[in-house]
Design a protein around this ligand. Structure first.
Ligand code: ADP
Ligand code: ZN
Ligand code: ZN
Length: 807
């Protein structure tokens, strides 16, 4: 038997695939992790193909060892990986990365192997060198690490290793660590040898105490600890007496916990029932239909999803439930755990490698049948998938912007559903233009929930003209209407959410004399002022500096602050309402694990009356006491240099507005802007997604942007601007020739500096390709990728198929 092996080199954008002889007894399968000889090295690889027919090759080496008992990648995983590398134009190596159980992926280590030098060299070895060399030889199949050698032979091993390496008898290889062991923890139990209870009690009370505890059964060592003091000396003494023994137990790593209380409705309304019926029928038939569940905020989409999950479970099938970000959706985690308990696997990004591995294995074995996760969960090792739910379909977090593969989980899910004949359900109150376009075109079946489920009407939305406020002499952040409404809410003991899409205090600092804005020296973006700590920070690279007394450009002392962030809103709010408790939620206040949930909990329990935050507060929370939502400044969203700015603004404002009036009282939403004339605002006020869709689609048509045309971006970045420009112009020339000789309508924009022209000192230039044909764009991208492979690595080339962000 022979096999083709993909050499695993995680960083490489160019694949090496070699053929090896498969030893007769080797229990290898397609997708198995193996070690193979490549020139002088021993490397790890993945079996792509096994076959009997002898290939036309002069010499075929046997593979060294099979490293995994079961395939590391399932056959559908391999199929999907190869689709990924085709669609997103990246190496199979990079595509395979996302499928490998994370511990395998993360644990790269350096191993020692025998080098190319001849055995005669042995004569020159010292004793320790000889021993180490033998050790390396003995462990050749799997490799031994430097650390293991040093641990065994002591500090002298370091010098010995160096001289062995110099003599060419040793070499260092970078490999993946093949497996993670189940987590073991140490426990203690009684041996039954201990008799003389009275005397120990007098002589060694702590020992007696422990024996007393162990009489109830074995205990973990950590459970025996007291007052933070180490228990090991006591245990050592007890072990020496032969009274106790220690042993290892496999720890169940269960990171899941129900954080929030959940309640589920008893009955579905008519719209929900109709949607459920259609979806469940498709699950039963396994007809791989794709649905779009378009329901206003609060229409009860979750309950429809849950019924579908129940249907899939009753057929023994797995469900993949994707959310934009787990940390932002504690409610759904709690609901799923409540409803389906041990069948749930949560692929949280905060899991440790071990926890992740456990969940991964439970999914593979089919023990976990409801898999909740962010975009990367599409790569979990499903055994029998019947349903995929993608909630908040419009969210950009479904697209991975870096590193490769720059995939879109929504696109991957469509492909995945095909493999399993699974039903796919997208859902949102504010669909992406792309998603809704496909639904209206009939590619997806549209299901609608036009009303709020709980009889509570949608809130009233009012647009407030801030220009008028200024004319009337109000220059504060809060319009008089917003102040009035806040007063009313606070007086009646209700809650309010204030939304501003920037964190920090002021979003930029400008010299009034020369107009020079203070920029990050490493990135071409303005620094943000944070009142806490009184520093200027770059939100891209984290650079910090003190506020200068004078303008670095002209020396003027006339420096002014502009723009608004969450901190400033908080400060002004506390001046207006000094008696009120606030919580602030943005990336600054949620850095620690769990702080997010803590803030939400505080607000949910009514300990704070106002929640001030960024995008984060817009996501699917359900706080019945919130009756007012204030959007401090809608313009910062609308003015983003991005063709999707209007779409994002519509989505975000509608989502934020949806937080108001979820309880008994009707909600009120106030949106402050300097441009109330924008076409977007009436569509938001009327909550008319379709109207917005029609108007924005016209803009896209005129500008030939998605969903009418496909987009691909080629970004070149490097520290030497001249080289970046040379490279990007070279690619542009290449592409122009291809485009001119093609029959597809394709447009090349650029080269131009990217909107953020420098990040972390790297100059960035890009080319944008627009075409009516995606396959043609992928072909162009492949040309660029191959050409880049022949050129020096710097400057770097990045290819983004259907990019979400072109900053
Ligand atoms: P969406 O995800 O569509 O914004 P949710 O699923 O969060 O909406 O539901 C909003 C609220 O309506 C929740 O509190 C939910 O319990 C409630 N709800 C859902 N379906 C019903 C129903 N059939 N009858 C009464 N209340 C319902
Ligand atoms: Zn100046
Ligand atoms: Zn920076």
């Amino acid at each position: 038997m022979f096999c083709d092996v993909l050499i695993l080199q995680p960083e490489s954008n160019h694949d090496q695939i070699y053929t090896y002889l498969l030893p007769e007894k080797a229990e290898a399968q397609v997708g198995s992790l193996v070690s193979v000889p490549v020139r002088q090295h021993l490397l790890q690889g993945l079996i792509l193909k096994i076959y009997e027919e002898k290939p036309q090759l002069k010499m075929i080496k046997p593979l060294k060892e099979v490293l995994s008992d079961e395939p590391t990648l399932s056959s559908s995983g391999l199929k999907l990986a190869s689709w990924l590398s085709d669609y997103y134009v990246c190496s199979l190596n990079k595509a395979v990365q996302v499928f490998l159980p994370p511990p395998v992926r993360q644990k790269e280590k350096e191993i020692l192997l025998p080098g190319p030098a001849k055995p005669e060299a042995h004569l020159f070895f010292s004793e320790i060198e000889k021993a180490i060399f033998q050790e390396v030889m003995d462990n050749e199949a799997r490799g031994i690490t430097r650390r293991q050698i040093v641990e065994k032979y002591g500090i002298e091993a370091k010098a010995a290793l160096e001289s062995l390496k110099k003599a060419g008898c040793l070499q260092v290889n970078k490999v993946f660590a093949p497996r993670v062991l189940a987590k073991k923890i140490r426990a203690v139990r009684l041996t039954g040898q201990c008799k003389d209870g009275e005397t120990i009690r007098r002589k060694a009370p702590r020992q007696a105490e422990i024996i007393e505890m162990l009489k109830a059964g074995p205990k973990l060592i950590s459970e025996l600890q007291k007052d933070g003091k180490s228990v090991s000396p006591v245990l050592k003494a007890l072990k020496e007496k032969g009274w106790v023994e220690t042993f290892e137990v496999e720890a169940g790593r269960d990171p899941k916990s129900v954080i929030l209380e959940t309640k589920r409705p008893l009955m579905l309304n008519g719209y929900q029932q109709a949607a459920c019926q259609a979806i469940c029928e498709s699950i039963r038939k396994q007809d791989a239909q794709t649905f779009y569940l378009f329901g206003v905020t609060g229409s009860g989409k979750t309950e429809v999803y849950l019924k579908a999950v129940e249907e899939a479970l009753s057929l023994g099938k797995q469900t993949l439930y994707l959310v934009p970000e787990i940390a932002l959706t504690p409610q759904i985690t709690s609901i799923l755990l409540d409803a389906f308990g041990p069948e749930v696997a949560v692929l949280h990004s905060a899991l440790s490698a071990g926890e992740r591995y456990d969940e991964w294995m439970r999914i593979r074995r089919g023990e976990a049948r409801v898999i909740l996760g962010p975009r990367s969960a599409v790569f979990a090792p499903f055994s029998d998938l019947g349903l995929i739910i993608i909630d908040e379909e419009h969210e950009n977090t479904y697209k991975q912007n870096e590193p490769d593969p720059r995939y879109d989980a929504r696109q991957v899910a469509l492909e995945l559903a095909k493999y399993y004949q699974a039903t796919l359900v997208f859902g949102s109150a504010t669909p992406s233009l792309q998603g809704f376009y496909k639904a209206t075109e009939g590619q997806y079946r549209l299901l609608e929930l036009p009303q709020r489920a709980g009889q509570h009407p949608l809130p009233d939305i009012t647009i407030i003209d801030m220009k008028k406020e200024i004319k009337e002499g109000n220059t504060s952040l809060f319009s008089s209407v917003l102040i009035g409404s806040l007063k009313r809410v606070l007086a009646s003991g209700e809650q309010a959410i204030l939304f501003i899409n920037r964190r920090g205090y002021h979003t930029f600092v400008l010299c009034r004399e020369c107009g020079h804005p203070l920029m990050c020296p490493h990135c071409s973006i303005t620094l943000t002022y944070h009142a806490t700590g009184q520093v200027l920070t770059c939100h891209y690279c984290g650079f910090k500096r003190a506020v200068p007394r004078s303008c670095p450009a002209c020396g003027s002392g006339f420096i002014r602050f502009f723009g608004t962030g969450t901190e400033r809103v908080e400060r002004e709010c506390s001046k207006l309402f000094p008696q009120t408790r606030y919580v602030r939620m943005d990336t600054d206040t949620t850095q620690n694990k769990g702080s997010h949930a803590a803030i939400l909990k505080e607000f949910a329990e009514g300990k704070a009356q106002i929640l001030i935050g960024t995008q984060m507060v817009a996501k699917g929370f359900d706080f019945p006491a919130v009756t007012l939502v204030g959007v401090i400044n809608a313009d910062t969203l609308l003015n983003m240099p991005d063709f999707q700015a209007a779409e994002r603004t519509f989505q975000l404002l509608t989502q934020v507005a949806g937080r108001a009036g979820r309880g008994e009282k009707k909600g009120e939403v106030l949106v402050q802007t300097h441009y109330p004339e924008h076409f977007l605002f009436p569509t938001i006020v009327q909550n008319d997604y379709r109207l917005f869709f029609q108007q924005e689609m016209q803009n896209r048509l005129i500008l030939q942007y998605p969903p009418y045309h496909y987009l691909t971006r080629v970004l070149i970045s490097g520290f030497v601007e001249k080289k970046v420009v040379e490279r990007v112009e070279f690619f542009a020339k290449m592409l122009k020739i291809e485009i001119n000789s093609s029959r597809y309508k394709t447009e090349l924009l650029g080269p131009t500096p990217a909107p953020i022209a420098i990040i972390r000192g790297r100059y960035r230039y890009h080319l944008l390709l627009k075409s009516e044909n995606l396959t043609f764009l992928q072909k162009l991208a492949r040309l660029i990728k191959d050409k880049a492979g022949e050129l020096p690595l710097e400057p770097r080339t990045i290819i983004d198929i259907e990019p979400q962000s072109i900053l």
